[in-house]
Design a protein around this ligand. Structure first.
Ligand code: ADP
Ligand code: ASP
Ligand code: MG
Length: 892
């Protein structure tokens, strides 16, 4: 084939799409298909394996204080694991690159230099390493593949007034066609080319980065330069959705979008596409596709031309956090010439690009987007100083932009009216309607963004009324088809191994401390939202830490409260919470608590005939749930089995007829039946069986019932011999119940499952003792912090975090300082030889750990902190790739 007749296709694979051998098999198959079926030359553009760029960002910081070794070994270990999975020799494929990374880290330490240049060089190594391993794998599988250094193909452009950090970490590249590059790649003898996303070089040959998430844009540049027939973005969701599917499981797949719509969706915050990746393809009319690496045959989203066609339609709701507003006020602007020119010149001089603007007689407000700007304190202070010559300027921080995206929105406005009621009682800092008529944006307080998107989505997208050619299945439906998600917490290595250095520093600084990992909670929430249930409520007694509650709320879960204190906490944090997401399920509580709960608007669960008999007037005209005792409890210990003749909870099945009569006499409507069998249940069919019992009771006695609330109790393995709860089997059995009883909604109320794995307790060794055959390792805290071992004989993994790699050398009881012989956190544990001051980690303590702690012996229990989640650059105020370190939110 002559060089000029070679046609290219670009396939970009994101972080999770290159993280396992299984995903690389998909890459191999897709590349082969493009060659064999379409006669194309695939240019495969890859990200670093997921979270690697964050890890390398942290490595820069550690390296400058000479502490690169632990993170470096982590980087090596993660790639060694991938290499093992791929059947590739790590040293042969990537030994030289790992050595280079070490040299870079050593250099950063010696020169105390963690500046943008070093940062770019170190962070670039993630993509270099993943592609080195991938190329070795593809070649071994019989697909000859050329490994191409993207820095030799993409050269960044000079941008006026931009800071050095911006130039090096958030670079842009020309999207002109590049026939020389096309010829160079066409001439490569290998049928497949593999290169890196995210990387380019500047004119001096220095490594530069394209901004966080920039691999999509690399793919678009390659497609534009090579005149590719298509640019495919392969990721961890099947396409563009009507909202972030991880936030809104009911979000619908958008089958087709125009370049203009996709551009708006990406610019306004949908992380699935990097904001700069549309323009190059649009300019060269290269069709784009978003595809799901987990399921290559799934249909995906097609992005093509044809913006003008069709009537008005909202395609998606997006939200962008970390938006910063600059409010500029002046008396003198009215009819004045040049005011806007003057103030915008200040932005230009500081190299800041403005996103949204609104003006009134006395005020101009502009928004700055963190993904397009380096919003460091020095730049912002400089800007304010410059602006002060023309107006009174101030910053409004912690805002979010919530946008409706779609075509001809102006024509739609009359129909949007009722949906916009979601903004009632909500301070709106800025409204902007794009001149392109493709987006309508509201800038609001950041903590309201998730709620607003959720409410608007419910109001705007009714699957039954939408055109099938434009909107496909919901994320929830797609997940149910595919079984449990591969990133279920049970399948992942413990998070704390990745954060070891941070945890050690925390324990040394703060003494005994509970630490919570936000990512584990969001992952567990996503896994639960994949079940075929209408609502997931968090049983907050497991852990009422405010930061954790915020996280849970942001994922769309509701709350199950068992006391007025819990109700108060939820309502203090979320005064505007939709009351349909709030349940009050107390037991033997005094009458006034029911009164209070009813006044808040929460749904009350009644679990005793006594209440219906004696306090019936309280419930008149209300809709309530009844808690039913199906007759037998389940769970890991007698104390946590909450059903059966001896349990104090619930109304016996035999008493339901009476309950129905009493409810009727009281004038109350039973709309839900609830039951909860116990805690730590690992048999997946339990909830379906319970649902059938409740469905039968509802059909026979309670015609008004809409909801079967199956309670919680979803277990998390405690001992190494237990296997994880099989969520797929649980989902299948619940789906069968739904098919048999389609008129009931199913709800669940997990506590432990959501948060247990997210938490660890850290405590330092105080003393060591050996008495005859028995050894003890003493810790600075004990049953006052963690009661579960003493109360239930619960097993928690215990490791010496200081000496994680050291082999086990002793068998010891791990004990606390409390004057109780039951103050034992772990019996006969195998540990390395411990020393005073070593930090021991007690695992799986996110649920019922700090929540059950006491000050027994007047020893304060360990406080609890929530680590910062990684925030993408668009949300961070610092430089891209910067990861929040040990900053923590307050404990309970
Ligand atoms: P990759 O590592 O493959 O580049 P990203 O994490 O950058 O993947 O982007 C995919 C993520 O984008 C999804 O997991 C999803 O949570 C998020 N996302 C946000 N908004 C949307 C949306 N409207 N449609 C699809 N995905 C979205
Ligand atoms: N690895 C880079 C990042 O995490 C680029 C990308 O994945 O798109 O930001
Ligand atoms: Mg991405």
């Amino acid at each position: 084939m002559s060089v000029s007749s070679v046609r290219f296709v670009v396939l970009k694979f994101g972080g999770t799409s290159v993280a396992t051998a299984e995903r690389w098999r998909t890459i191999l198959e897709q590349a082969r298909e493009r060659i064999e079926r379409e006669g194309l030359k695939p240019v495969v553009v890859c990200s670093a394996v997921s979270k690697m760029t964050d890890l390398l960002g942290r490595l820069v910081g550690e390296a400058t204080i000479g502490r690169h070794a632990p993170l470096l070994s982590k980087v090596r270990e993660l790639h060694a694991e991938l290499a093992r999975g791929l059947g590739v020799d790590l040293e042969a494929a990537a030994g030289a690159e790992l050595a280079e990374l070490e040299r870079l880290a050593l250099g950063a330490g010696l020169l105390r230099d963690g500046g943008p240049r070093v940062r770019a060089q170190i962070m670039a190594m993630g993509e270099i390493l993943s592609t080195r391993l991938g190329a070795a794998f593809l070649a071994r599988e019989g697909l000859p593949t050329a490994w191409l250094d993207a820095r030799t193909c993409l050269v960044s452009e000079a941008e006026e007034n931009r800071s050095e950090a911006h130039r090096l970490l958030n670079a842009t590249v020309s999207d002109e066609a590049d026939p020389a590059l096309a010829e160079r790649l066409a001439k490569l003898p290998e049928p497949c080319v593999l290169t890196q996303g995210f990387l380019a070089s500047d004119r001096e040959g220095q490594t530069v980065l394209l901004g966080r998430g920039g691999s999509d844009t690399s793919a678009a540049y390659f497609a534009a330069k090579l005149g590719a027939v298509r640019c495919e973005i392969w990721t961890d969701v099947p396409g563009l959705f009507t909202a972030d599917p991880r936030l809104i499981p009911a979000a619908l797949l958008v089958r087709q979008a125009s370049y203009g719509e996709a551009q708006e969706i990406a610019s306004m915050g949908a992380k699935v596409l990097h904001p700069r990746c549309i323009a190059p393809c649009r300019r060269h009319r290269i069709p784009m596709e978003i595809r799901w690496t987990n399921r290559p045959r799934a249909e995906g989203t097609h992005i093509v031309g044809g913006e003008k066609a069709g009537s008005g339609q909202v395609k998606a709701l997006t939200h962008k956090k970390g938006v910063l507003l600059v409010s500029m006020e002046t008396q003198g602007m009215w009819q004045q010439v040049g005011f806007l020119a003057n103030v915008f010149a200040c932005f230009k001089a500081r190299g800041l690009s403005v996103d949204l603007v609104s003006t009134s007689e006395m005020n101009v407000t502009a928004s700055l987007d963190g993904s397009a700007n380096m919003l460091d304190d020095a730049t912002l202070e400089g800007l304010l100083a410059d602006l002060s010559k023309h107006c009174r300027a101030r910053l409004i921080r912690s805002c979010a932009a919530v946008s409706l995206v779609g075509r001809h929105l102006r024509a739609l406005l009359p129909r949007l009216g009722s949906a916009l009621a979601a903004f009632e009682d909500q301070p709106i800092h800025l409204v902007s309607q794009a001149a392109s008529d493709l987006n309508l944006t509201f800038v609001v307080d950041e903590d309201q963004a998730d709620r607003l998107v959720r409410e608007l989505h419910g109001r705007l997208f009714d699957a039954k009324k939408l055109a099938e050619e434009t909107f496909g299945p919901s994320w929830r439906e797609l997940l149910a088809e595919q079984g449990p998600t591969p990133w279920l917490p049970a399948n992942r290595p413990a998070w704390w191994k990745e954060r070891r250095e941070q945890l050690l520093a925390l324990a040394h600084e703060r003494g005994p401390i509970y630490v919570l990992d936000p990512d584990s909670v969001t992952e567990a929430a996503a896994a639960l939202q994949g079940l075929p249930v209408e609502r997931v409520l968090y049983a907050m007694k497991a852990n009422p830490h405010p930061g954790l509650l915020r996280l849970v709320e942001s994922r769309g879960l509701g709350f199950d409260c068992v006391s007025p204190g819990e109700l108060d906490r939820v309502l203090e944090l979320f005064p505007r919470l939709d009351r349909a997401r709030l349940l009050f399920t107390p037991n033997f509580a005094p009458r006034h608590e029911y009164e209070r709960a009813l006044a808040t608007g929460a749904t009350v669960t009644v679990d005793n005939l006594f209440i219906l008999e004696r306090w019936g007037e309280l419930l008149a005209g209300k809709e309530i749930f009844l808690r039913v005792d199906p007759g037998a409890g389940r769970g890991h210990h007698d104390h946590v089995r909450t059903a059966g003749p001896q349990a104090k909870f619930g109304i016996a099945l035999a008493d339901l007829e009476r309950a129905a009569a009493l409810a009727q006499r009281a004038g109350t409507k039973v709309v839900g039946l609830h039951s909860h069998l116990g805690s730590g249940i690992l048999e997946p069919q339990s909830w379906a069986q319970e649902a059938l019992t409740l469905a039968e009771a509802a059909t026979r006695r309670f015609p008004g019932v809409r909801v079967l609330d199956l309670g919680g109790g979803l277990g998390v393995p405690e001992t190494p011999s237990q296997s994880a709860l099989d969520l797929k089997a649980m989902g299948q059995s619940l789906a069968a119940v739904r098919a048999a009883h389609p008129s009931y909604q199913l709800w669940i109320e997990p506590g432990r499952f959501l948060v247990a794995r997210a938490g660890v307790l850290l405590a330092r060794v105080t003393q060591l003792k050996t008495k005859g055959e028995v050894s003890f390792v003493g810790l600075e805290t004990g049953m006052n912090s963690l009661l579960r071992p003493a109360l239930y004989g619960a097993h928690h993994e215990i490791v010496n975090l200081t000496r994680l790699e050291a082999p086990a050398a002793v068998t010891a009881h791990v004990v606390g300082p409390i004057c109780e012989s039951g103050d034992v956190l772990g019996r006969s544990r195998r540990l390395p030889a411990c020393e005073e001051g070593d930090v021991l980690l007690i695992g799986t303590t996110g649920a019922y750990g700090r929540a059950m702690a006491s000050s027994y012996n007047l020893r304060e229990p360990a406080p609890e902190v929530l680590l910062d989640a990684y925030r993408p650059a668009s949300a961070a105020r610092g430089s891209p790739g910067q990861v929040a370190k040990v900053s923590t939110s307050s404990g309970t």
